[in-house]
Ligand binder design. Structure first.
Ligand code: GLN
Length: 199
């Protein structure tokens, strides 16, 4: 399996490192030809509006949207969660997302109270100890569609999954604990790719 990390803006280096530590081959994605070579993708934390605008400039916006819709396993952290959301509250005027996840997120939701904080979370599918979650001007999930599973909560849903899509409000790539990356690879991406291969 080859996993791409969208590397237009944000903390993509930390995601690359986490993937390498998980033993998967990881590459940066900045152009459509690179996107074509990956089986799964990570959308990093950063600034969702900047990432969406850069994706437009790099002719990646539509190809990304199409791949995600076609079932490419994709994990978004923080800004990446916003980019996967079908609906965004407190968005910048005209803000676009790739979509795919039937959720409504509120941008900078925790950030209105306190810019950043850390807490321990119970995460469905990951056994003890709890996951240390770093929130930085983070969105929360305000509502979810019927097919969306909530994996972790802190006041609101902060980790969700729908099919081959995973999103967290927080940044596991910043803690050195790779269990969420491993969960994405082993429990979401690998089974989804194996299922697609036998079809
Ligand atoms: N507030 C940022 C946004 O709206 C997300 C912050 C982050 O990724 N740490 O894109």
């Amino acid at each position: 399996m080859r996993v791409g990390v969208l590397a237009l803006q944000g903390d993509f280096r930390e995601h690359l490192l986490a993937l390498e530590e998980c033993g998967v081959s990881a590459i940066t994605v900045r152009r459509p030809s690179e996107l074509e070579t990956v089986d799964a993708l990570i959308l990093p934390g950063g600034e969702s509006t900047a990432i969406a605008n850069l994706a437009r400039s790099f002719d990646l916006f539509e190809p990304l949207k199409v791949r995600i819709k076609a079932g490419m396993p994709t994990y978004g952290s923080c800004a990446g969660m916003i980019l996967l959301a079908d609906r965004v509250l407190d968005a910048v005027v005209g803000q676009e997302t790739f979509g795919g996840l039937d959720i409504t997120v509120r941008r900078n939701a925790f950030g209105r109270q306190v810019d950043s904080f850390e807490t321990d979370l119970e995460f469905a599918g990951i056994t003890h100890p709890p996951v240390r979650a770093v929130f930085i001007r983070a969105p929360w999930v305000e509502s979810v569609g019927n097919d969306v599973e909530v994996l972790a909560k802190f006041e609101h849903a902060v980790a969700v999954r729908q099919g081959a899509l995973l999103a967290t409000s927080f940044h596991p790539e910043l803690t050195g604990d790779n269990r969420i990356h491993r969960f994405f690879i082993e429990s979401i991406a690998r089974p989804a790719l194996e299922k697609a291969a036998v079809k």
